[in-house]
Design a protein around this ligand. Structure first.
Ligand code: NAD
Length: 296
């Protein structure tokens, strides 16, 4: 593989670029926003420095990883002779359909087009291209350099050969790929999101407070983080949008987002990224409990 093109240099895109580059792949990291590219490289550098400090990699490996990454603001220039694209742009259906249509025109006919979408149908994305058998979901987990799982999602038309190639490639990145089919939420979010939504509903119904709900799940179920704090980390807007995709896709009320989640997103309380969600993250506070009542 000559080089891998990664579209989007945000939270996931820079982690994906880091992971490929550290495994020896040349990477073209592409974003419409130059600031996002610069910030992405800063994040990769900080994460590599941390790995050097922990003696997980050497200084030379850090330098080699950074040298493997080239930055592009033009998608056309960045993908023109790649054999694999991993798209990790903003989670928005119209945007992804446009990107895949453009990729189909700009990339060689043999290029595999993968998407890191959390919830959008792979089959729908593939349908705007002339190569639906070469479109596949490659759903990395956050933070990408540390998390082992990659959910490999087969669209309705994804070929066996492309699935095998992407499964094998994921293993060469040191990841544990798991093959799943393309239905709303795939596997990871289909199971995770109803649990997070139920934790929010439990709070909304006044059964217990934020601290109590998270403590029950941490100490009782050995979860490393409580569900409300995890929702804050993922982003409450992201959780809402994934629940809406499942609610629309299955037409089943069990996926209906809790009204408290909807209200918090409308109020701009998105979790860590906005400084407040179920916990307070403002001024470097680390998940302090908010005294606010979240009751129904
Ligand atoms: P983000 O907002 O941090 O980054 C998105 C980046 O895409 C931004 O830098 C933006 O400038 C760029 N972008 C937008 N339009 C573009 C275009 N046309 N061409 C190139 N770049 C463009 O988002 P994120 O959290 O990294 O999420 C990216 C994808 O990964 C989404 O599909 C999301 O569902 C998925 N995902 C996110 C997580 C997570 O925990 N954040 C986990 C798994 C999967």
């Amino acid at each position: 593989m000559e080089y891998v093109a990664v579209i989007g240099a945000g939270t996931m895109g820079n982690g994906i670029a880091h992971t490929f580059a550290q495994s020896g792949f040349k990477v073209h990291l592409i974003d419409v926003n130059m600031d996002a590219l610069e910030k992405g490289v800063q994040t990769i550098t900080t994460n590599l420095n941390r790995m050097v400090a922990k003696e997980k990699i050497t200084d030379q490996q850090k330098e080699d990883t950074l040298k493997n990454i080239n930055l592009f603001t033009s998608m056309k220039a960045g993908v023109k002779d790649t054999n694999l694209v991993v798209e990790a742009a903003t989670e928005n259906v119209a945007l992804k359909l446009k990107i895949f249509k453009d990729l189909d025109e700009a990339c060689p006919k043999t290029t595999i087009l993968a998407t890191n979408t959390s919830s959008i149908s792979i089959t729908q994305i593939a349908a705007v291209t002339s190569r639906p058998e070469q479109v596949i979901g490659m759903h990395f987990m956050n933070p990408v350099p540390l998390m082992k799982l990659v959910e490999i999602i087969r669209g309705y038309n994804t070929s066996d050969a492309v699935t095998s190639t992407i499964m094998a490639l994921s293993k060469t990145l040191g990841k544990a790929p798991v093959e799943v089919n393309d239905y709303p939420g795939f596997v990871a979010n289909r199971i995770l999101m109803p649990m997070l939504n139920e934790a929010i509903e439990t709070l909304y119904n006044g059964v217990a407070g934020v601290h109590e709900i998270d403590t029950v799940m941490k100490l009782g179920m050995a979860h490393p983080m409580g569900p409300l704090q995890l929702a804050d980390f993922i982003g409450l807007d992201v959780c809402l949008s994934i629940l809406n995709v499942m609610y629309d896709g299955f037409k089943n009320p069990k996926y209906a987002p809790c009204p408290l989640l909807v209200n918090m997103v409308m109020a701009g309380k998105l979790g860590v990224k906005s400084g407040e969600g179920f916990y307070d993250y403002s001024q470097n506070k680390k998940a302090e409990i908010i005294s606010k009542q979240f009751l129904n």
